[in-house]
Design a protein around this ligand. Structure first.
Ligand SMILES: NC(=O)C1=CN([C@@H]2O[C@H](COP(=O)(O)OP(=O)(O)OC[C@H]3O[C@@H](n4cnc5c(N)ncnc54)[C@H](OP(=O)(O)O)[C@@H]3O)[C@@H](O)[C@H]2O)C=CC1
Ligand SMILES: CC(=O)N[C@@H](CCC(=O)OP(=O)(O)O)C(=O)O
Length: 333
């Protein structure tokens, strides 16, 4: 028997992708998959892509997770704090939700409109020193989907001092799975297909997370819902302060990161090229007119933006190579 793993929120999009990755992981054994309204149904009835995985969804209760060495929480915001507090102290936990990401309780309450559950080790291994912190942690708060795409593009620019921390603009498009498997009118096919729409304009909940992870002082962030199931494409621009070329700064920052790829010159990221992988694709240049630094970043929101990132964190928590059970390569087109 390997590491006994449970997924809470297994009927959702992030939970389903976690099940797929865990089923193919050489060191993880799936022992429980829990759900809310879908509890009592077979996994394959909810996730047909997982036909052949013979497991029932049980109710999301501490007793259902108690036998696991490692628990992934893929629950709606506000649901993981109370559950995590009832798990045995020795259980390792990776939370895909936002509940434990922010150190600033006031920012949490402002953006999430609920009580702050506390702060865990931030699960973005590509930040300096973070692999070691994650490896030493029992509880890890995996990153937000837009935050991964943005922080990977922005953090090296601010760390190296080549961009101004008080003048950052981000416009990012996400596929609809980023909104979860919910019956919401704005997510209907007839609303989404053939349409691009901005939402949460001027007040997205990932802004404080991005600022915390990068040291950005001021950030304009505009998300766009895109007519595709998966993927995030973020365009990050910042005022240059002089110094090194941004592309070279990114290359140096991620030289030892197996999942972050600065593409060959003049090749720009596409979401489809990251689908099914845990990779992030980056490209950078200067804007000819304004002189601003432009970095474009693409990820699979369910991969590096959610389930893949969570498995990468769990690998580090168990001293495994961070790539174990994860694909560097995308599946499309
Ligand atoms: N989708 C994405 O791209 C990303 C998601 N995340 C985060 O991961 C978490 C899961 O997201 P996602 O999979 O998209 O969401 P979904 O809406 O697709 O899934 C939510 C899961 O939580 C369960 N659930 C719903 N309500 C409750 C409740 N009141 N108590 C306990 N369980 C409940 C659902 O069960 P049932 O279906 O049985 O009702 C389902 O298993 C969220 O915190 C999200 O923000 C993070 C990064 C990216
Ligand atoms: C398309 C879409 O609606 N995306 C969601 C992403 C939510 C999410 O995944 O939030 P956390 O990563 O913080 O848990 C949004 O913009 O709110």
């Amino acid at each position: 028997m390997g590491i006994r793993v449970a997924v809470a929120g297994a009927s959702g999009y992030a939970g389903g992708e976690l099940l797929r990755l865990i089923a193919g992981h050489p060191e993880f054994d799936l022992v429980a998959a829990t759900a809310h309204s879908q509890a009592g149904r077979p996994v394959a009835a909810v996730h047909p892509q997982l036909s052949g995985l013979n497991l029932m969804l049980t109710a999301t209760e501490p007793a259902e997770l108690a036998d696991a060495d490692l628990v992934f929480l893929a629950l709606p915001h506000g649901q993981s704090g109370a559950l995590a507090a009832q798990l045995p102290a020795g259980t390792k936990v990776v939370d895909l939700g936002a509940d434990h990401r922010l150190a600033d309780a006031a920012a949490w309450e402002l953006y999430y409109n609920s009580a702050h559950a506390g702060t865990w080790t931030y699960g973005l291994p590509e930040l300096p020193g973070q692999r070691e912190r994650i490896a030493a942690a029992d509880r890890v708060a995996s990153t937000g989907c837009y935050a991964v795409a943005t922080v990977l593009a922005l953090a090296p620019l601010l760390r190296s001092g080549i961009a101004a921390a008080d003048d950052v603009v981000v416009v990012a498009a996400s596929g609809t799975s980023g909104a979860g498997k919910n019956a919401k009118t704005h997510l209907l096919g007839s609303e989404v297909m053939g349409d691009l729409s901005p939402y949460k304009v001027g007040a997205h909940q990932h802004v404080p997370e991005i600022k915390q992870a990068t040291g950005a002082l001021s950030l304009s962030f505009t998300p766009i819902l895109a007519p595709m199931p998966r993927g995030i494409l973020a365009t990050v621009t910042a005022r240059p302060l002089g110094g090194a070329d941004p592309r070279e700064v990114l290359q140096a920052a991620y030289a030892d990161s197996p999942f972050v790829h600065v593409l060959p010159e003049d090749v720009w990221p596409h979401t489809a090229a990251t689908a099914g992988s845990n990779s992030a694709h980056l490209q950078a240049t200067f804007d000819v007119d304004s002189g601003r630094i432009i970095v474009v970043s693409a990820i699979d929101n369910l991969g590096k933006g959610a389930a893949g990132q969570a498995v990468q964190n769990a690998n580090l928590m168990y001293g495994l190579p961070e790539t174990t059970g994860l694909s560097v390569f995308g599946v499309a087109p």
